[in-house]
Design a protein around this ligand. Structure first.
Ligand SMILES: Nc1ncnc2c1ncn2[C@@H]1O[C@H](COP(=O)(O)OP(=O)(O)OP(=O)(O)O)[C@@H](O)[C@H]1O
Ligand SMILES: [Mg+2]
Length: 415
């Protein structure tokens, strides 16, 4: 084992020589004749275990010197050599922890060796302690980092698992929907036939009763049958249209054409119901789209708008102006680089409007707030599906009791 280093400072050279002679077999001894020289040595040797200073040195007392060293590095064991046992300064310095021990002069070799060995032991113990502490801190830090990494990994895993689960649910749902869609379209096809027969028979009966029992219960029942057949037919047509992918096909068309086709259904109907129809239609560039599908979207918007104003009219006074506005125009360029050129198609009404909850659910298939038997709840979900398919964006604005606005953002796709 290497010997511990002792730095001894004393302004009497014979003392230094004697000390070195006495203890050099046990320790590596550095000596200095003054405080400044000792400080220099102290700075050069960072592994000094024990520092001994004579109290009575010219220029600087031993206590002062050891106090300075204590500030520089508190770890080495500091010992003072003095001729007096009870000076106030020494007792104070010991009490404040600046000095470990004082040794009375003249010292006896065996006694001093014992003290030095004890001091060395103390230093080595403290050093081992410091090393252990540093190791412990290092291990703690590593543990903390591992923990944090583990936690982050765990969080990531949980998130991935959650996303995976959501995807699986989505996939299962999509699968179920696809199967359901196929089944529904098959059923719609099959039901169409018997429904036509029922309708024909009911019409025959209607004809029969119109001649004989016009106001009878039977005549009313036939009327009911026909109304329900009409409703069932409407549902079937929705489903068939929804499931048919070969509808009209993509064509380069003036979007005014499908809009005008849809409007032609409603102009007469709205007039009859006293609904003002405002057509704000501008000349717009051609687009590549499926005209039948676009027409279907417009029909659904107009049908809903008509219903919404009629419902609102029930709440209003007679002079309530039922109004549906249809707009088609090219969105002016905003100048922003990512502002793509689009056409805007809007149907706005001043009807019942929607509360947030309805607004949130209105695109769901089969969601309807209409009376039982009145609506299928498929109109908007079909419109939404078509908009997505034709790469159009559907926006809805609505205020309860004020009205709604359904907007299609149609990309200009270089036709
Ligand atoms: N213009 C509108 N104003 C107020 N509410 C609307 C409007 N359009 C749709 N809604 C609400 O959204 C619901 C769903 O509309 P959707 O067109 O999908 O089905 P529906 O109109 O109820 O049935 P169908 O289209 O078969 O007649 C409606 O029942 C209604 O509550
Ligand atoms: Mg509808």
């Amino acid at each position: 084992m290497s010997r511990s280093k002792i730095l001894y400072v004393d302004d009497e050279e014979t003392n230094l020589i004697n000390f070195k002679m006495a203890f050099q077999d046990h320790f590596e001894i550095l000596t200095a004749l003054s405080g400044p020289v000792a400080l220099e040595l102290f700075r050069e040797n960072t592994d000094i275990a024990i520092i001994i200073a004579d109290q009575k040195m010219t220029g600087m007392t031993g206590i002062r010197f050891l106090t300075i060293l204590h500030h520089l590095d508190p770890e080495p064991i500091r010992i003072i050599l003095t001729a007096y046992s009870d000076t106030h300064d020494i007792i104070n310095a010991i009490n404040q922890g600046r000095i470990y021990e004082y040794i009375l002069k003249p010292w006896k070799e065996e006694n001093l060796l014992l003290t030095l060995k004890k001091a060395e032991e103390l230093f080595l113990l403290a050093e081992a302690n410091r090393r252990l502490l540093a190791e412990l801190q290092q291990k703690n830090q590593e543990l903390k980092e591992t923990n944090e990494r583990l936690l982050a990994d765990m969080k990531k895993r949980i998130e991935t698992e959650k996303a995976l689960f959501a995807k699986q649910v989505e996939l299962a749902h999509a699968g179920r929907l696809a199967a359901l869609g196929e089944m529904a379209s098959g059923m719609a096809h099959e039901i169409h036939q018997p429904l036509t027969v029922i309708q024909l028979d009911a019409e025959n009966l209607q004809f029969y009763f119109s001649r004989r029992k016009q106001k009878s219960l039977e005549a009313e029942s036939v009327q009911d049958i026909l109304a329900q057949v009409k409703r069932a037919g409407k549902i079937i047509n929705h489903v068939r249209a929804f499931s048919r992918s070969d509808f009209g096909g993509m064509q380069c068309i003036d979007p005014f054409v499908p809009v005008d086709n849809a409007l032609s259904f409603f102009r007469q109907q709205f007039r009859a119901k006293n609904i003002a129809l405002k057509e704000e239609i501008k000349n717009v560039p051609k687009i590549k789209t499926d005209p039948q599908k676009l027409e279907q979207v417009v029909v659904n918007f107009l049908s809903n708008a008509g219903y919404a104003v009629m419902e609102q009219a029930k709440e209003e006074s007679d002079d309530y102006p039922k109004l549906v506005t249809v707009r088609l125009f090219q969105k002016p360029k905003s100048g922003l680089t990512n502002d793509h050129q689009r056409l805007i198609f809007e149907v706005e009404d001043n009807g019942i409007g929607m509360i947030k909850q309805i607004r949130k659910r209105c695109l769901e298939p089969f969601y309807t707030t209409k009376e039982v038997g009145e609506g299928t709840g498929l109109g908007l979900s079909i419109a939404h599906g078509i908009a997505r398919e034709l790469r159009m964006k559907l926006e809805i604005e609505s205020t309860l009791g004020r009205g709604s606005l359904f907007r299609l953002l149609i990309p200009l796709n270089g036709c």
